[in-house]
Design a protein around this ligand. Structure first.
Ligand SMILES: CN1c2c(nc(N)[nH]c2=O)NC[C@@H]1CNc1ccc(C(=O)N[C@@H](CCC(=O)N[C@@H](CCC(=O)N[C@@H](CCC(=O)O)C(=O)O)C(=O)O)C(=O)O)cc1
Ligand SMILES: N[C@@H](CCS)C(=O)O
Ligand SMILES: [Zn+2]
Length: 754
């Protein structure tokens, strides 16, 4: 059998210096043409493939590059973009970007989280009339492109079942999975064409099977791979499951006439036994995903080899791989010049992970492989005193149940009303105001030394004052300072907390051209000094109105960082919670009467399988409550959620016990309110009435109508009026009129209620 051998399931694609981001944004702004954009992509692919070849990988993936998102690529490949984009008469590239970003009268495809990661994909829209035809040629083009460089690759595609499960139905009562038999011939045709081209192996990703799946969905998996495997003239098929164990999907794949299965042996530590026990894998190659594709720690070679060796003899061949695509980690730790040298020695980014895979592959084949450096790094981290802080440990051990509880809501609500005297349907925003070029330039200048600290503070103060005055003019009731000083709502805090390291070049794609630099949480967390208080105090003294103190919650800080893997997340979250708790106390002491603790990632960390939900809710809710329960009754605690379907987390949102919860709702027309009421939620709630993902300015009547829908579900005394999320990605030209309309809508509905 001709095996795959050592490999990775996919690569980062935005570019080590975010070259693709810059090229895309220039193209959208009309500053470069399509040829230049395509050349930027080609150059990145060449670098990725040649680098992987030179590192000695046996099999190199292709097709994991994307101009925006790989799920959108799949919809385009099979001719499944909605008519509202294909009818615009644009070039294929601009049609693709229209679907990703929207144009006037053709709103973008919805964007949602890719499983439990911080990457967002575009949700395909499929209905009973959707027809699939192989209209694109991206996998073939990229395969040919690599071959022209002398590099044989393995095209990677989203698998047909996962593609359909990720799609949204355009017709009531219709499930996209019903389209499987329509879709499979298009995949089979693609496989045939890839084979004609000379492709030996193709990889089909089915991460949807890391979650709970119904019998019908498992049957679809069976059917898909029996049909595809039967296709004449096809490459050998590797099916990759990742972000967890495959559950019953493993048996299905074992019984399918495919040639190889990639399994994630990092996320679910017990899954290796299931794979070893699955005798039916005897005729297949197994790719042992023992190098963590989504965290940054160097792999423990002995533990990794132990897992891979368990599989020897249970499969036709065993090779070493990453647990998932390397899309979720930065490029190269060697680019970091300011990281603490000791911490740096514990890390592996994408480039280092490729080397780890190659080394472990050699060790597994009992070839010459020197594991000493890898063993040394792992041992150094395990024994480093920098990782443990006895004071933090003591504080955690001393936590009492009452530290996670406030007095009853009714008592707090009365005290807060006496303190704040807000009108019914109070208006507010979520925190950030547009991050202007001037603000970002000032931060870049501070970093480069062109601007000193005093100059930077003065620029931020000017910005804060402008934002506060604007809100006063607009007539908002609870103000914000606008968050101009924050590069990112997680990174900003991580940079000030002990136990975290920040990177300079550790960019990871979040969606399209937008990137984040997840901080690295390597040790016990504590707060050496207040993190937001001077800005909050400055903003509050500018106005008689309450200005919200703005913090990020412990769950979101964990979700958007690379988190240590040497202790349970519950413990790490409590450490972060204690730091936030101290910040809340300091904000109160500085005269701040409303504090918002954002938890937009509460849904994101929800385990993919229901069996893990209860334990997750327990630690996530406790961490939020520890962070906020030190607040006085008179201090109004807000929280905020966005970016997700909330259904499964509604009971947890209730259990957070925040006084006010603002929640994304504009696009779903307030549906979340009925669900919240159904879950027994009886505190303040601010369903978003302004969709900030769109440049559209909503009208007064449109928002008033949403509020009228809302007052039918929530008593006016508990209803807040706010946008869906922060305004940082928008411009003032849209934000000022939109907020003016929002205040007018609130006043109108207030008058109707009187
Ligand atoms: C709310 N969301 C967030 C998620 N994850 C986070 N960690 N943070 C989030 O806010 N996940 C879910 C969503 C995802 N949404 C977004 C929205 C917007 C961005 C975004 O705009 N990212 C920026 C980078 C932000 C940043 O770190 N800025 C820094 C550095 C700015 C920079 O690159 N500067 C340039 C020079 C600038 C100049 O001269 O004008 C440079 O250094 O080269 C800062 O402001 O200081 C992006 O551009 O991609 C991400 C996720
Ligand atoms: N306070 C943050 C929340 C984003 S989810 C903001 O306004 O940008
Ligand atoms: Zn938000």
């Amino acid at each position: 059998m001709n095996t795959i051998g050592t490999t990775i399931l996919g690569s980062p694609r935005i570019g080590p210096d975010r070259e693709l981001k810059r090229a895309m944004e220039r193209y959208w702004a009309g500053r470069i043409d399509a040829a230049e954009l395509l050349a930027a992509g080609r150059s990145l692919r060449t670098r990725a493939w040649t680098g992987q070849r030179d590192a000695g990988l046996d099999s190199i993936p292709s097709g994991t590059f994307s101009h925006y998102d790989h799920v959108l690529d799949t919809a385009e490949l099979f001719g499944a973009l909605p008519e509202r984009f294909t009818s615009l008469g644009l070039s294929p590239l601009d049609t693709y970007f229209a679907a990703a970003r929207g144009v006037q009268d053709a709103p973008a495809l919805e964007m949602t989280k890719w499983f439990d990661t911080n990457y967002h994909y575009l949700v395909p829209e499929l209905g009973p009339d959707t027809k699939f035809t192989l209209t694109g040629s991206k996998p073939l083009d990229e395969y040919r492109e690599a071959r022209a460089l002398g590099i044989e690759t393995r095209p990677v595609l989203v698998g047909p079942v996962t593609f359909l499960l990720l799609a949204k139905s355009t017709a009531p009562g219709f499930a996209p999975l019903e389209l499987l038999d329509e879709l499979l011939p298009a995949y089979a045709e693609l496989l045939r064409r890839l084979r004609d081209e000379g492709v030996e192996w193709v990889q089909l990703d089915e991460p949807a099977f890391a979650g709970d799946r119904t019998n019908a969905e498992l049957n679809a998996l069976t059917r898909a791979y029996h049909v595809l495997a039967k296709a004449q003239d096809r490459p050998k098929i590797l099916v990759a499951g990742y972000f967890g164990g495959l559950g019953r999907g493993l048996g299905v794949l074992a019984r399918s006439p495919i040639e190889a299965v990639a399994v994630d042996l990092v996320t679910d530590q017990s899954f290796v036994d299931a794979v070893a026990a699955e005798g039916a894998l005897r005729d297949k190659e197994v790719l042992a995903g023992v190098v963590d594709g989504r965290n940054v720690w160097r792999t423990d070679p002995d533990r990794a080899l132990e897992k891979a060796r368990k599989l020897l003899g249970t499969a036709a061949a065993v090779s070493v791989s990453t647990s998932c695509s390397l899309l979720h980690v930065p490029y190269d730790v060697e680019r970091e010049t300011s990281l603490d040298a000791r911490v740096k020695g514990w890390l592996a980014f994408a480039r280092q992970k490729v080397d780890e895979v190659v080394l472990l592959g050699r060790a597994l084949r009992e070839e010459d492989a020197d594991l000493a450096a890898a063993r040394g790094a792992v041992a150094d981290r395990a024994t480093a005193t920098e990782v443990t802080d006895p004071r933090v440990r003591e504080r955690l051990a001393a936590l009492r149940p009452e530290d996670a509880a406030r007095p009853p809501y009714e008592q707090r609500a009365a005290a807060q009303q006496a303190e704040l005297g807000l009108p019914p349907l109070p208006t507010t925003t979520i925190g950030s105001f547009p991050q202007t070029t001037d603000v970002r330039k000032a931060r870049a200048a501070l970093r480069s030394g062109e601007l000193d600290e005093a100059g930077y503070v003065a620029t931020m103060h000017t910005e804060i004052e402008r934002v506060v005055r604007l809100q006063e003019e607009l007539g908002l009731d609870v103000l914000v300072h606008g968050e101009p000083e924050r590069n990112d709502m997680v990174q900003y805090f991580a940079e000030q907390l002990d136990g975290f390291a920040a990177t300079e070049s550790g960019w990871v794609q979040s969606y399209g051209s937008r990137c984040v630099r997840p901080p690295i949480l390597f040790g016990d967390v504590s707060r050496p000094a207040p993190m937001t208080v001077p800005w909050a105090r400055y903003a509050q003294q500018l106005s008689e109105k309450p200005v919200k103190g703005m913090l990020t919650g412990p769950v979101t800080i964990l979700a958007w960082s690379f988190v240590r893997d040497d202790q349970p997340p519950a413990e790490t979250a409590l450490q972060v919670a204690l730091a936030i708790r101290d910040e809340v106390a300091d904000l109160e002491a500085a005269g701040v009467r409303v504090v918002q603790v954002d938890e937009p990632a509460l849904r994101e960390l929800l385990p993919l399988r229901a069996a893990g939900h209860e334990a997750y809710f327990a630690w996530a809710v406790r961490a939020f409550r520890v962070a906020t329960s030190g607040a006085a009754d008179t201090t109004q605690v807000h929280t905020h959620m966005c970016y997700s379907e909330f259904g499964e987390v509604l009971p947890a949102i209730d259990a957070l016990d925040a006084d006010v919860t603002s929640i994304e709702a504009a696009r779903s027309k307030m549906e979340v309110l009925d669900d919240l009421s159904g879950a027994g939620f009886a505190r303040g709630v601010g369903p978003g009435v302004y969709d900030i993902h769109s440049p559209r300015v909503p009208g007064v009547e449109e928002m008033a109508d949403l509020l009228r829908t809302a007052v039918a579900a929530v008593p006016a005394g508990r209803l807040w009026v706010n946008p869906d999320c922060g305004l940082k990605t928008r411009g003032y030209a849209e934000v000022s009129p939109a907020l003016e309309n929002l205040v007018a809508a609130a006043r109108q509905v207030r008058a109707e209620q009187a």
